[in-house]
Design a binder for this molecule. Structure first.
Ligand code: ADP
Ligand code: TYD
Length: 217
């Protein structure tokens, strides 16, 4: 599963999963990784030692702990470290990277929920990140069902889930707009089905994309 770098050498495929909390991303990341055992499986916020430390600052504590602007900076700092230490080296080595959340989460969670900060998110992304996945699966589902699933886990990292149902509804619409605006990269997946059926649909899309890449499409 390769695409090509500017110098023509093979580069791995970069796949991300997005969606509201409890939509089934982590479950699908694991099921896809079972089908592609050589892939690097990673997540945000986190995925490198430094970014995992920033994760703890972001996901625990009072929902009002950070201003929206500070939060954007922390997520972007974590992403930059993750890119430098984990994602870019893996892609350069020709490996597929499967990432549980990436920049679309910042666009939606920080850019569309607490004021009009999307242009700030986009500007910071351009300067500090400048990379998009080749393929993004956006798992869509009813926020009420997803919230029940998510809170049942009691992970202790529920700062965003604690923000409630109306917040999750706003997020869902944010992800649906992103999918519509980026049809080449984003595939919308109905998350309200049996996990194995969802996994089969996702694997078919990945196989399709890999075939197109190797044909140079
Ligand atoms: P996310 O990473 O999007 O927050 P998870 O994959 O952790 O979601 O799933 C949240 C909860 O819902 C977990 O307890 C998981 O076992 C369960 N779950 C995941 N996918 C499905 C599905 N398709 N149907 C029913 N339950 C699911
Ligand atoms: P995650 O561990 O994927 O949570 P979940 O399994 O509940 O979906 O992500 C942690 C939280 O961080 C999640 O509520 C979404 C939030 N988040 C942002 O607000 N912005 C971001 O850029 C990222 C990557 C995550």
């Amino acid at each position: 599963m390769n695409t090509h770098a500017h110098d023509g050498s093979p580069r791995g495929l970069f796949i991300s999963f997005e969606g509201i909390d409890g939509s089934g991303k982590s479950t699908q990341v694991k099921l896809l990784a079972e089908r592609f055992p050589d892939a690097v499986l990673t997540r945000e916020p986190g995925g490198s030692a430094g970014a995992e430390e920033i994760r703890a600052l972001l996901l625990t504590g009072d929902p009002d702990r950070w201003s929206a602007e500070t939060e954007i900076l922390l997520f972007t700092a974590a992403r930059r470290d993750h890119l430098e230490k984990t994602i870019r080296p893996a892609l350069a080595a020709g490996k597929t990277v499967i990432c549980d959340r990436f920049a679309d989460s910042t666009r939606v969670y920080q850019g569309a929920t607490r004021g009009a900060l999307r242009s700030t998110v986009d500007a910071l992304h351009d300067v500090m990140i400048g990379q998009e996945p080749d393929l993004t699966f956006i798992i869509d589902m009813d926020p009420e069902a997803a919230l029940t699933r998510g809170l049942a886990r009691k992970s202790g990292e529920d700062r965003f889930e604690d923000m409630g149902l109306a917040f999750q509804e706003t997020l869902r619409h944010g992800f649906l707009s992103l999918a519509k605006a980026n049809p080449q990269r984003c595939v919308l997946i109905d998350g309200n089905r049996d996990p194995q059926a969802i996994a089969a649909e996702i694997a078919a899309h990945v196989a399709d994309r890999s075939a197109n890449v190797s044909e140079g499409a």
